[in-house]
Design a protein around this ligand. Sequence first.
Ligand code: PLP
Length: 223
Amino acid sequence: MTPIAQNIAAIKAQLPAGVELVAVSKFHPVEALMEAYDAGQRIFGENRAQELAAKAPQMPADVQWHFIGHLQTNKVRLAVQHATMIQSVDSARLLALISKEAVKLGRTVDVLLQLHVAQEEAKTGFSVEELLAALTVEELQGLPGVRIRGMMAMASLTDDRQQIAREFALVKSTFDLVREEFFADEPAFDTLSMGMSDDWPIAVEHGSTHVRIGTAIFGPRQY
Ligand SMILES: *Cc1c(COP(=O)(O)O)cnc(C)c1O
């Protein structure tokens, strides 16, 4: 087994059944992704549209690409062309643009609404209040070409495990509330993406269905 295959096997052995592993492959070469693919990995996460567009044609067609970065307006088309899921929808305007491009391309894209719960200002996403307000005025629902599958979030970058646990608990309770209030009739609203290399076990304890793991699979990124 290659080191990448070993890392994937070790993580999968600890993941509860039903929790999906998104291998975050940003900044890593296609050779590394192929090692993961050969180990059975099929879902890959990228955070830059151009990098995604460059890698996608070089990988087998059954790879599912999840876009996980802040998506700029002028990159929406590229992301929609290549991603099966856009996890990082952080505004109603962005969702409308994704819908428009998806319709043009004759596609339906799965999306997650990104919630901002971390202390860092730089992280993007809806606040809880903003998200509930947008859903209440039905700014996000009913758009063609997009299917809202759930929510994504990142915890603060901190060693304080209690704080991370509090943030993931807030995401989970918001997810449950949103599902109950706004998506009760939509069984496809089933995805809660949270947890990265350093905090994924805490995320899984709090109901994550998709962990996004880069460093613990591929090693440090070469920027
Ligand atoms: C880079 C990234 C990850 C993976 O981070 P690691 O610490 O390398 O596991 C997960 N989620 C998002 C949104 C990212 O940008």
